[in-house]
Design a protein around this ligand. Sequence first.
Ligand code: GLP
Length: 251
Amino acid sequence: MAMQIVVRHDVQEAARYVADQIAKHLVANPATVMGLATGETMRPVYARLRHLFASGEAPSAAFTSFNLDEFIGVPTAHPGSFHAYMEDELFRHVVDPEGRCFLPDGLADDPVAAAALYETLIAKAGGIDLQLLGIGRNGHIGFNEPGAPFDGRTAAVNLSLQTCQVMQGFDGDQPDRAITMGIGTIMEARRCLLLATGEAKADAVFAMLEQAPSTACPASVLQGHPDLIIVLDRHAAGRLTDSLLKIADQS
Ligand code: GLP
């Protein structure tokens, strides 16, 4: 298992580490194919990335990106949609994102066909070089909820009650379905970079890293990924045992 665990003191330092990793990829290969994630955890990562783009420390004009997921039936202009999130956080800060920054089409008449098309687009781009991931409190990655198959492809899925309860940006009109990259799709990324911060993620991080891989914790599949970097702040790392902490980079 080629896994690297990085523990940083706080959210800002952990997010900075992640953004700097992304920038390193972009400097080495401006045409990197990235898998992108949403969620509150990622906001400081994108803030730092915007800074690196603006200062010219990382190139933003040639990457291709595929977001992990999007809600079904939520207009792209709705502030709770992942389209709106990505537009605000990143895409309007990069040159000509049209035709190279993709999210699943949650408004398609046929979500099953839209999911299949997304797989085709990723394959046509040559697969994902660097997949950014967050983790849900129940261990979900993308919107692959507990029980999702480890070999799943991009699909239309139902969201768990817990996920709906912690969802932000909706006033009682929460969507309950999404199109998400499958766990099998995610595992094909050449490198995965997962960020988890805050005490609310400590149990999910424990299950992901310290327990045997099981569909009960979708993120635990990552233990089998050949090139994985897990970045945590000290709160999200709070339940890790000494045997894992002693191999972690805690500088
Ligand atoms: C979401 C996304 C995930 C994300 C997770 C955690 O809704 N589908 O990709 O990692 O939930 O979100 P947050 O960072 O807000 O805790």
